[in-house]
Design a protein. Structure first.
Length: 121
């Protein structure tokens, strides 16, 4: 991983992180702070360009971990008697699923999707 100022990070132990600047020509070129929950304070820190806190690259609680955006959606899926159908059409509302349904539909199932961007790719 190469840290980018355009992305969101937490520490490995779950603290929120703000990145202020990245200097590519410095050993600890990522400058920012993490919010230490137990003490209710921001702590200034530097990291390597790969997000490691220590020069040795051993895992550390203060290492940076990218937080990818979550995707939350609700879909309606029409089900039919033949379980060997190779495709599924997801609809953004029950009304749209009803409108697209054929007469042999046996159910219309609501599914909540909550996943991290890029999951399954």
């Amino acid at each position: 991983m190469i840290v980018s100022i355009d992305k969101t990070y937490k520490t490995r132990c779950g603290y929120d992180v703000k990145i202020y600047a990245i200097y590519e020509n410095q050993t600890n070129g990522v400058h920012g702070a993490y919010f230490e929950k137990g003490y209710d304070r921001w702590c200034a820190n530097t990291w390597k360009l790969n997000g490691s806190h220590l020069v040795s690259d051993r895992e550390n609680d203060i290492d940076l971990v990218e937080v990818k955006p979550r995707i939350k959606r609700t879909y309606w899926i029409n089900l039919y008697p033949n379980p060997n159908i190779d495709y599924v059409m997801a609809h953004s509302s029950k009304a749209k699923a009803d409108n697209a349904a054929s007469s042999d539909r046996i159910a219309c199932v609501k599914r909540e999707i909550d996943c991290e961007e890029g999951e399954g790719l």
